[in-house]
Design a protein around this ligand. Structure first.
Ligand SMILES: [Mg+2]
Length: 318
C-alpha cells in the first residue's frame, strides 16, 4: 500500500509550462511578465460544507479549481499558477486519482501550472491558491460602478442552487433537467475569457459565489452606489424560466450561490461593446438593471415595486 505522500507525488507532481522552478526545492519560483501585476486568491473547500459527503471525486477536483479560476475571471486576470494543499482522511487511491483527473484536466484547459502545495492526514479539506497576471492598473475591481452605469450578468443564475435542492430531495425534476442543473452545480465553467474581454469595458465586476443580490451588494458597497435590478430581466435557464413565479426559483436566482457567473457594470455607451463580447464568446450577457445614487440592492417586480425578498441580507444559501 503506497503512502499518501507517494500517491500525492504520483498524481500531483508539478507539471509546468511557464514556471521557473517547481518541485525539488523549498519553494517554487515564478516570474510575472514585465508590466504585469499578480492577482492572488485562495479558496478552501471543506467536506460536508462546500460539497456533499460522498460527492463524485472528479467533480470535487474540478470545482476546487473552478472556484479559484472564477476569482481570476472576476479580476480580468489570466490564471497562471496554482498551489494545492490537501488534508485527506485516508490514502484512498481511487479517490485521489479521480480528484486529480478533475483538477488537472481543468488546469490543462486553462494552461495553469501546478507549482506546489502540501498534504496531510485529516478531515477532507482542499485549499487552493491561485495566481494570475493582469496588466498593471487594469484589473477589474468592485469599486468602479458609477451612477448611470448598466448592470449585467453572464449566463443564467440560480441553476446550482436548484440542482442542490434536487440533490437534497426538495425538488422533483425530469432526468434531463436534473442532469443539466447538477452539471452547473458540480462542474461550473469559470468565465475566465469573459473577465479578460471585459478589461477596459466593464467598470466593476464580481463572480457570483454567494448569490446575485449578495455579490452585487458587494459592488454597491465598494462603489458607494445603489444597484437597481429588474426581476423579469434576470436570465434563468429553461427549467427555472418555466417556473419563474415559484418562490423557490426566486430564492435560488437571487440568493443561490455557486453559479460562478460574472456580474459586472459598464457605462451605457459601452453597451454595444458588451453585446459584441457576448457574440464573440458565444456566452449570453444580459442587462439586468442600472446603478443609481444610494446604497444596497433593490430588485423590482414587473410593476416596479421592490420585492421583499431582495431586502433581506443574504448569507450562504441553505
Ligand atoms: Mg469572488
Amino acid at each position: 500500500m503506497p503512502s499518501e505522500f507517494d500517491l500525492i507525488a504520483r498524481y500531483f507532481s508539478p507539471r509546468t509550462t511557464h514556471t521557473v522552478l517547481a518541485g525539488g526545492d523549498d519553494a517554487a519560483l515564478i516570474a510575472p511578465g514585465a508590466g504585469m501585476e499578480l492577482a492572488v486568491s485562495t479558496d478552501m473547500l471543506v467536506g460536508g460544507r462546500h460539497f456533499l459527503e460522498g460527492a463524485d471525486a472528479r467533480g470535487i477536483g474540478h470545482k476546487s479549481l473552478a472556484v479559484n479560476l472564477s476569482d481570476m475571471a472576476a479580476m480580468g486576470a489570466v490564471p497562471r499558477w496554482v498551489t494545492l494543499s490537501l488534508a485527506l482522511p485516508a490514502a484512498d487511491e481511487a479517490w485521489i486519482a479521480a480528484f486529480a483527473e478533475g483538477f488537472l484536466d481543468l488546469a490543462a484547459e486553462h494552461r495553469v501550472d501546478l507549482v506546489g502545495g502540501d498534504t496531510t492526514r485529516g478531515p477532507l479539506n482542499i485549499c487552493v491558491q491561485i495566481m494570475g497576471e493582469v496588466r498593471a492598473g487594469s484589473a477589474l475591481r468592485r469599486s468602479g460602478a458609477r451612477v448611470g452605469h448598466q448592470v449585467w450578468v453572464s449566463g443564467t443564475v440560480g441553476d446550482a442552487a436548484l440542482g442542490l435542492a434536487h440533490l437534497r430531495g426538495e425538488l422533483a425534476l425530469d432526468p434531463l433537467e436534473a442532469e443539466y442543473l447538477l452539471a452547473r452545480l458540480e462542474r461550473p465553467a469559470p468565465r475566465v475569457a469573459l473577465g479578460q474581454a471585459l478589461l477596459g469595458v466593464a467598470s466593476s465586476a464580481i463572480d457570483i459565489s454567494d448569490g446575485l443580490v449578495a455579490d452585487l451588494g458587494h459592488i454597491a458597497e465598494r462603489s458607494e452606489v445603489r444597484a437597481r435590478v429588474e426581476w423579469e430581466a434576470i436570465p434563468l435557464s429553461g427549467t427555472a424560466q418555466a417556473r419563474r413565479a415559484e418562490p423557490r426559483v426566486l430564492r435560488c436566482a437571487l440568493a443561490g450561490g455557486d453559479d460562478y457567473e460574472l456580474c459586472f457594470t459598464a457605462p451605457a455607451d459601452r453597451h454595444d461593446e458588451v453585446r459584441a463580447i457576448a457574440a464573440r464568446l458565444g456566452l449570453p450577457l444580459t442587462r439586468i438593471g442600472a446603478i443609481e445614487a444610494g446604497a444596497g440592492v433593490d430588485v423590482l417586480d414587473a410593476h416596479g415595486k421592490p420585492m421583499p425578498l431582495a431586502q433581506r441580507g443574504f448569507d450562504h444559501f441553505g
